[in-house]
Design a protein around this ligand. Structure first.
Ligand code: PLP
Length: 461
């Protein structure tokens, strides 16, 4: 080994040790990390590919964290950040100070959103966006003379982030019990009971439906209902046709706000600009983050109807006592603006819709070859499948068999990063490759799925 290689080798080992000693990772096993170190340490990204510290290449099958939608290494996004940093890196939006990128981005968002969702409040990410929406809505009801109207209804298996209120809205007990997260006024309903939401009280689970919860608590105590158009982290759950419309109608019936958490679905992921457009509904609020900058820089936003903003202006008169230092960060907004320009210029959204067909075709081939694969689902380039011990007999793998993590690790060994989800006994493999993925990229992903499943079958059969 030449001297340079030895030096390089040492520094890699050093980095791995520093990681173990000093870097606490989010949503990771503290013990596993301390014992085994990081699972992957990436050093480079180019298009849909990532390279790790040991020089191995992987397909970024989850767009990193459902966010690097335009792929890695886009110089236009780096240039937008550089240019803005050299001109005006930061400027506050408090006290009605403003800056050009934030103005232009809010205008662009208004152009892209359906209906009159024309006003944007910027945050630094998804949790802050949901947290802000809850507070703004509760403030509205208070000013409207209905201060008891504070409760937020969300769905089981929904994911809305980890700040105190957002984690309570999150319908996954592993997240919402963490740190004894106490924030009153959050209620979880069972998802996808379309008939109940339309008023059918005969269903055995009616009481757990959103309508059932509203009825039990009293509609005049409910501030808003929040849901993802398609649930991501909770298992990639796609609502049945007509469900979102039934919730929209229910909210209208009781004068309750509907919040669509578009943090994963927004900006093209599902083959429409926003996930709600698959169902043709317009929520009262949308929360966005992730894809708004393709993950290149933190940014989130609450998007509301201008009629709501007008009413709030009339009601408050005074200061909106809510905001983050980085609300409307000029550099983040410049990158956001460039991201949305690229999405339009490169016709990303219709491309994603086309790729949905490729995914569907690949799914049917995968199922033919691999008997454990079932429940395949996708919308645009957001997809998942489950593995069952025996899909026909509906026999799942036992939790101790850790089927999804095993399969995900096999995919990793073969050069594909995906997300295993094991919530409530499921064994789901979720994927969300960059929206620029071509037909052959998707075929490559499914080819790796197939190879990984062959290895998996040898292990479990
Ligand atoms: N909402 C959804 C649907 C998400 O998937 C996420 C993050 O994965 C969040 C909210 C929270 O966003 P953040 O992690 O940026 O706070």
């Amino acid at each position: 080994m030449v001297m340079d290689e030895v030096k390089n080798q040492t520094s890699i080992e050093q980095l791995k040790e520093w990681d173990r000693n000093h870097f606490m990772h989010p949503t990771s096993s503290v013990r596993d990390h301390q014992e085994n170190g990081a699972a992957y340490t990436f050093t480079k990204g180019e298009g849909i590919y990532l390279t790790d510290i040991d020089g191995r290449e992987y397909v970024d099958g989850l767009s990193s964290l459902w966010n690097v939608n335009l792929g890695h290494g886009r110089s236009e996004l780096a240039e937008a950040a550089k240019e803005q940093m050299e001109t005006l890196p930061f400027s506050s939006s408090f006290n009605n100070y403003s800056n050009e990128p934030a103005i232009k981005l809010s205008r662009k968002i208004a152009e892209l959103t359906p209906g009159n969702l024309n006003v944007t409040f910027f945050t630094s990410g998804g949790s802050e966006s949901n947290e802000s929406t809850f507070k703004i809505i509760r403030e509205y009801w208070k000013l409207k003379g209905q201060p008891q109207r504070t409760k937020i209804v969300s769905l089981q298996k929904g994911y809305h982030g980890v700040t105190l209120a957002a984690t309570r809205a999150t319908g996954m007990d592993n997240f919402n019990s963490f740190g004894t997260s106490y924030a009153p006024g959050f209620l979880n309903a069972e998802p996808y009971l379309t008939g109940c939401e339309q008023g059918d009280k005969t269903h055995p689970n009616y009481e757990n439906s959103i309508r059932g919860v509203i009825e039990r608590e009293g509609a005049d105590t409910i501030a808003a209902v929040i849901m993802e158009p398609i649930q991501g982290a909770g298992g990639l759950n796609v609502p049945p046709e007509g469900y979102l419309q039934s919730v929209r109608d229910l909210c209208d019936e009781f004068g309750i706000f509907m919040i669509a958490d578009e943090i994963v679905c927004g900006f093209g992921r599902t083959g429409k600009m926003f996930g709600v457009e698959n169902d043709g509904i317009i929520p009262d609020f949308m929360t966005v983050a992730k894809g708004i900058t393709s993950g290149y820089i933190p940014l989130g936003a609450v998007i509301m109807k201008d009629s709501f903003r007008d009413e709030l202006a009339e009601l408050t008169g005074g200061v909106l006592f809510h905001g983050f230092t980085y609300s409307g960060h000029p550099t983040s907004c410049a990158v956001g603006l460039k991201t949305l320009e690229i999405i339009e210029k490169e016709n990303i959204v219709p491309h994603v819709k086309k790729m949905e067909t490729v995914v569907e075709n690949e799914f049917s081939k995968l199922k033919e070859k691999h008997p454990h694969v079932t429940n395949e689902r996708c919308a645009g380039l957001l997809g998942a499948f489950d593995v069952f011990k025996d899909p026909e007999e509906n026999i799942p793998f036992k939790p101790e068999e850790a089927a999804a993590p095993t399969l995900s690790k096999l995919c990793g060994d073969l050069g594909l990063i995906v997300r295993p989800i094991m919530y409530k006994g499921a064994n789901t493999i979720a994927f969300a490759p960059p929206l620029i993925s071509s037909k052959s990229d998707i075929e490559e992903i499914f080819n790796i799925f197939s190879q990984a499943l062959t290895r998996f079958e040898r292990q479990v059969n």
